[in-house]
Design a protein around this ligand. Structure first.
Ligand SMILES: [Fe+2]
Length: 283
């Protein structure tokens, strides 16, 4: 009898802890914005690009569950940081095409930044044809790059080249087309929603820094494992944070939204502030 009472007590405690954990993951952590600051050491970076700051936002997944206050906070926080460039790397929506109009309205203040670029994610291209989504972004003043790129020139920095690829999961990515206008010897930044093509990126050798999302950093990270049990296609190798292969660099952001269950655990919604740094050549 005593043993049974103990068992019921343990079950009661377990369900209380479970409910509290779910409440925390759905109500607190999912809306608790983090700003992550990372230096990216780049060999032969022009001296005047040392300190060039990129604000990277991704995976909004706007749906009825999305906390709109978080979006407003993300926009305000991004502009407060006064970045040199803003990169938005896809999955703007989840399943509702109509959500894109509302999202672009909320993100509108970012569009007027002198160097704000966007690329598409798998969810976007499951819902939209390239021409249709291009028109939506253009009408809102955003520069959307689908297998295309352009030189980013400012009065205070040496030029960079920025390109975006179509989704590897749901589109037709074409890196050669995107890099057609890339001049030699300038740092190249690639907006590529899914992170796993980073191995191809490094092998190709032309891209200095790849910016990706897609994995949501795991969304619910399990202590000691660091990732949810199920991994997503094209997001199995590079889950969250900074990676380097040779002279190619990758940052994978945990993004701002959620898919499947609207919860996050040990993986807060994130704005990544990436600062390019001139690395010291080693002998
Ligand atoms: Fe995705």
């Amino acid at each position: 009898m005593l043993k049974r009472r103990k068992l019921f007590k343990l079950l009661g405690i377990g369900s209380l802890v479970g409910s509290a954990g779910f409440g925390y993951a759905s109500c607190i952590e999912r809306t608790w914005l983090a700003i992550t600051r990372v230096n990216i050491p780049i060999k032969n970076l022009p001296a005047d690009l040392d300190g060039f700051k990129i604000a990277h936002l991704t995976d909004f997944h706007l749906d009825p569950h999305y906390p709109r206050d978080l979006l407003q906070e993300a926009v305000t926080s991004t502009l407060d940081e006064n970045p040199d460039m803003i990169a938005l790397t896809g999955d703007f929506i989840s399943h509702e095409k109509s959500a894109l109009d509302e999202l672009l309205t909320i993100l509108q203040p970012l569009a007027s930044h002198k160097a704000c670029y966007a690329s598409v994610g798998n969810h976007d291209m499951w819902q939209f044809k390239p021409k249709e989504i291009r028109q939506k972004f253009a009408a809102s003043g955003f520069r959307l790059l689908i297998n295309e790129g352009e030189i980013l020139r400012t009065s205070s920095h040496s030029p960079l080249f920025v390109y975006g690829l179509d989704s590897f999961w749901s589109g037709k990515p074409d890196r050669n087309k995107a890099l057609l206008k890339a001049p030699p010897n300038v740092p190249i930044i690639g907006l590529i929603h899914e992170p796993d093509p980073f191995e191809q990126t490094a092998k190709d050798g032309r891209t200095t820094l790849q910016l990706s999302g897609h994995t949501h950093g795991g969304q619910c990270r399990i202590p000691l494992i660091g990732y949810a049990p199920a991994k997503v296609s094209w997001g199995k190798k590079f889950i969250h944070g900074y990676y380097q292969i040779g002279e190619s660099h990758l940052y994978v952001s945990s993004g701002l939204g959620t898919t499947a269950l609207p919860i996050r655990f040990a993986c807060r919604p994130e704005i990544a502030l990436l600062t390019l740094r001139r690395s010291t050549p080693t002998a």
